[in-house]
Design a protein around this ligand. Sequence first.
Ligand code: CUA
Length: 166
Amino acid sequence: MHLHKYEKLWLIFGIGSLILFLTVLGIGAFYKGMQPPSHLATIDPQNVEAHEAFREENLGLRQLDDDKYIVSVIASAFNYDLGLDEEGSAVKNIRIPAGSTVLFQVTTVDVVHGFHLAGTNVNMMVEPGHISSLETVLKTPGVYTLVCNEYCGTGHHYMASTVEVY
Ligand code: CUA
């Protein structure tokens, strides 16, 4: 096969760029390990109930102080476990007064899930064996959708709940 001189140059340039790109990507992704910075605490994914925060009665919203709340969530395919309401049904919506400081702490019992409260800065990756936590102040009233933004299987698109700030 005969290659034109410029064709050969562009080919070399193309392959070179690809190698450079993959090298930069590889160093960026693995240099300091694959763990997002929010993952400081570990947990046994087979037995998350052993951790006080993830006991059945502590799931969902808890008030700590006048304007301080904590939200504990167990993610699994394809659900966010926010505890049970007075009637014993699974909680699907959490209501928090505007201006409150909220600590979200989330873990997963199976695969990697996302925890993204659309329209806010709450956006975490949830990995088995880790507790992802993030504290924020929810200022603006509204209904925010809590979505999973890590593909986790066939029901991924249905994995959602809501947080209402009032
Ligand atoms: Cu859970 Cu996607």
